[in-house]
Design a protein around this ligand. Structure first.
Ligand code: ZN
Length: 174
């Protein structure tokens, strides 16, 4: 049995009026939105109820807000931490994890490579040294995945990948 505090702090996926994933809030906030009739329940957490003196509320897992929220164009900030995060802290050449990581320019700067999502990747020190001012193929290295600019959905998917199975359909994972 989950304690009331745990239940209150559970994550709830908030969908826009159009059913697009918007953000995540806690159960307390979600119930407030429902009671204020600003949102409706889409999916409840299995067999969980929040008991007050006079009522028992089904615990929300996914809610949908009634009024469309215009989301300004979302841009991931290009920085070292976000590149590591996008690449799951993994060297994009050899797949090493749990090693000191660096940022590598796929096309080296001295050869006209830009500071951009598609030209910056996570690399371990060894691969970065081996690469130097070369293109990967010149030194027998190959990118494991093509670097892309992260999309909001990808970021949410990564953030949520493991914990909440029941959200998968709402995050377009199925
Ligand atoms: Zn490496």
């Amino acid at each position: 049995m989950e304690s009331k505090v745990n239940i209150i702090n559970r994550s709830v996926l908030v969908l826009n009026q159009t059913y697009e994933p918007l953000h995540i809030c806690d159960v307390k906030r979600a119930i407030t939105l429902i009671l204020e009739q600003k949102a409706s329940l889409v999916l409840t957490a299995d067999h969980l109820y929040l008991h007050t003196v006079s009522n028992a509320y089904p615990v929300p897992s996914v809610i949908r807000i009634h009024q469309y929220i215009h989301v300004p164009h979302w841009e991931a900030v290009l920085n070292k931490a976000n590149i590591f995060r996008r690449d799951n802290y993994t060297c994009q050449y050899c797949g090493a994890q749990n090693v000191p990581l660096t940022i590598d320019h796929v096309v080296p700067k001295v050869r006209g490579g830009s500071d951009s999502w598609t030209n910056l990747v996570t690399a371990c020190v060894e691969c970065n040294n081996r690469k130097g001012n070369h293109l990967p193929e010149e030194v027998g290295l190959k990118l494991r995945t093509q670097p892309k600019k992260p999309h909001k959905i990808h970021t949410m998917q990564r953030y949520l990948a493991a914990p909440v199975e029941e959200w998968r359909p709402y995050l377009f994972l199925d």
